[in-house]
Design a protein around this ligand. Structure first.
Ligand code: FE2
Length: 285
């Protein structure tokens, strides 16, 4: 089966969120830049504390899941359920907002580099009002697998086969069956991987540039851009010039209406109004 082709490039744009954290947003930079079931992908990366020190003080979410994956630095998550998650380099947190969560995500450093990603994954209509839950994933819980041709893969969610060995990431049992991999390739290195038929696939290049697709028709994906793949086959990715690092995301599309208002993502306008009213009246959670 031919590999999936790079169908659309969503370059990230510089923006800020929280109390003034500088970041780059690719998925979700506009309503037509979502890739069902993925709503948003932010990359934060800075050596300048002014870019991150303000953090994300207490704020609500309803109707989806957030996945934060750290490469460098130290953040602390606290929520209304009493969870405290210490996010360290190479660690992640998987938060299912469900009917409502109120949390903060604050840098625990006053200098040095803070670098990582936050991905928003939609919940099906039937699960948008389920109770919130939170999972702290320590760096050592994320399998790191060497690739036969050089480089390595970390598996945050999903089940993958690398070099004939099946590896399960720490996050399982999510309805959208997300695959979340962090791949590092040496110069000229390549990586191919099956993606379930009918599932969406997105590649986010965060260091170096990539060539995506079968050799003869590979198309370039520049750094700090999300590439949306089409087709039903596997993904085939090559480091185009020098070494490269990228995220590979895949998941089952929900094909349901999406109505977003800031940190609330529901299916209808009425449900958004309900979320706002519930938040105002301290009934979100
Ligand atoms: Fe948040």
């Amino acid at each position: 089966m031919p590999s999936r082709r790079l169908q659309q490039i969503i370059p990230s744009v510089a923006t800020s969120d929280g109390a003034g954290v500088s970041l780059r947003r690719s998925l979700g930079r506009a309503p037509d830049a979502r890739v069902d079931p993925f709503l948003m992908l932010d990359e934060f990366s800075s050596d300048d504390p002014d870019d991150y020190i303000a953090g994300f003080p207490s704020h609500p979410h309803r109707g989806f899941e957030t996945v934060t994956y750290m490469l460098d630095g130290h953040m602390l998550h606290e929520d209304h359920l009493g969870n405290r998650g210490d996010l360290l380099p190479g660690g992640a947190q998987w938060m299912t907002a469900g009917r409502g969560i109120i949390h903060s995500e604050m840098p625990q450093q006053e200098s040095g580099r803070l670098r990582g990603f936050q991905l928003w994954i939609n919940l099906p209509a039937a699960e948008k009002m389920k109770p919130a839950s939170y999972c702290d994933i320590r760096p050592g819980e994320i399998p790191n697998v060497a690739l036969p041709g050089g480089g390595d893969v970390r598996v945050i969610a999903g089940r993958v086969e690398v070099g004939g060995v099946e590896i399960a990431g720490p996050v399982q049992g999510i309805t959208t069956e997300p695959l979340y991999m962090d791949v590092r390739l040496p110069a000229g290195g390549s990586f191919s991987h099956p993606v379930a038929a009918g599932h969406s696939a997105v590649v986010y290049a965060y260091e170096g540039s990539l060539a995506i697709g079968d050799e003869a028709e590979a198309r370039p994906l520049p750094t700090q851009s999300a590439g949306v793949l089409d087709g039903e086959g596997p993904v085939a990715i090559r480091a185009a010039e020098g070494p490269a690092r990228f995220l590979l995301l895949a998941g089952r599309p929900l094909r349901e209406p999406v109505v977003q208002y800031g940190p609330f993502v529901m299916n209808t306008r009425e449900e958004i109004e309900q979320a706002l009213a519930d938040y105002r009246n301290n009934r979100l959670t």
